[in-house]
Design a protein around this ligand. Structure first.
Ligand code: PLP
Length: 381
């Protein structure tokens, strides 16, 4: 039984109802033709996404984590190389660095936008630094103009973690508007079901405008193969299933509409919470729009965990993204990163809380959520 009235962080069931017929037919067609691996839908989705992003090359792969790993492999990074990245992110961003023997060098984020603070990058650049991996966290672009200028000056690669920001627009210094993920050397994304463009399982992709890199990326994602059974480099096996490509092809047509629906929810929250000085609503960057993968508040003078528990009791889901920043994860103990001084990251970790946001949000749900937060604040006055 589907509980239609329960408030959820993400409501993929209602979203499916709207595209059910088209999706069902597309999935059935893949099954009837037994085109499970590398079926025509994969290439067709790849070119649709290239057009949407206005990028020369898209390489579909198995998930967003693989995309990041393949990107760092394609750039030829070697064990011991240093990669500059925020600690305030999902673990996948930095985990793949450790997996490849690279050293993540954690940099502070801007407390307003939650993205890497570009003014703090140059201080940590060494002779071993090879790349910067900014994350467009919660659906808003990192300061790419500043990051690209630093990368150019120090001859560094830039890999954009675009898993939370597909469809986001960024204004370049020359005034041109481009999609995030197409600005750096390589862009990476995830099609995890709850992402802004999500499939019905795992999926991911890499983007690049560099044709030579595109060849390498394609090779690495396919066992380092240049032609069948001839393996030139060490690669991996990372494919997007045909069924997932078929779903994504349909959902890509709706991505702008989906991102607009998320923005409508965000504006409603913004307007409601303006009356409470204890609630700091998301700050909009001037060089980026926001696709609101998450709607994340900062609370001040309130116990964030108490609010989180209060909402749970009221049947309102909320999430902490993320309860432990990367530099404090046990995984990185041997890197000694816990001693990295990141007071803003630590401060944010204790103050952020994300409210439900998705494409099918109903006004009655927004009312329940907002009233629950208001009730908590008033109970503390
Ligand atoms: C989801 C996500 C990933 C990883 O994507 P998967 O498809 O789950 O492997 C990487 N980085 C960020 C910022 C993410 O949100």
């Amino acid at each position: 039984m589907i509980q239609v009235n329960k408030i959820q962080m993400v409501d993929l069931v209602s979203q499916y109802q709207d595209i059910k017929q088209e999706v069902d037919e597309a999935i059935l067609s893949v099954i009837e033709n037994a085109n499970f691996i590398n079926g025509p839908e994969v290439n067709s989705f790849k070119s649709d996404l290239e057009s949407y992003l206005n990028v020369n090359h898209v390489q579909p792969c198995a998930n967003g984590t693989d995309a990041l790993q393949i990107a760092l492999m394609a750039l030829g990074l070697k064990p011991g190389d240093e990669v500059i990245t925020p600690s305030f992110t999902y673990i996948a961003t930095t985990e793949v660095m450790a997996l490849l023997g690279l050293k993540p060098v954690f940099v502070e984020v801007n407390p307003d936008t939650f993205c890497i603070d570009a003014s703090k990058i140059e201080a940590v650049i060494t002779s071993k630094t090879k790349a910067i991996v900014p994350v467009h966290l919660y659906g808003q672009a990192a300061p790419m103009n500043e990051i690209m200028a630093i990368a150019k000056k120090h001859n560094l690669f830039v890999v954009e973690d675009n898993a939370q920001a597909i469809g986001c627009d960024y204004i370049l210094s020359n005034g041109e508007t481009v999609k995030t993920g197409t600005i750096g050397t390589i862009g990476c994304t995830s099609f995890f079901p709850s992402k802004n463009l999500g499939c019905y399982g795992d999926g991911g992709a890499l983007f690049t405008n560099d044709s030579e890199l595109a060849v390498k990326i394609k090779m690495i994602a396919n066992h380092g193969q240049s032609k069948k059974y001839y393996h030139d480099v060490v690669g991996c096996n990372s494919r997007l299933d045909t069924i997932q490509a078929a779903v994504l092809k349909i959902k890509l047509k709706k991505l702008n509409e989906y991102n607009a629906a998320r923005n409508k929810v965000a504006s409603y929250y913004d307007n409601f919470f303006v009356q409470f000085p204890q609630i700091i609503t998301p700050v909009r960057a001037t060089d980026s729009n926001h696709v609101f993968h998450q709607y994340t508040l900062k609370v001040e003078g309130l116990d964030r965990d108490e609010l989180n528990n209060f909402l749970e009791e009221k049947g309102v889901p909320s999430m902490i993204y993320y309860p432990v920043p990367a530099h404090r994860q046990k995984m990185f103990e041997s890197f000694g990163s816990a001693s990295t001084h990141l007071p803003i990251t630590d401060w944010l970790t204790e103050r952020v809380i994300s409210l439900p946001i998705h494409t099918e949000m109903k006004q009655e749900h927004l009312d329940v959520i907002c009233n629950a937060v208001a009730e908590f604040i008033k109970s503390k006055e």
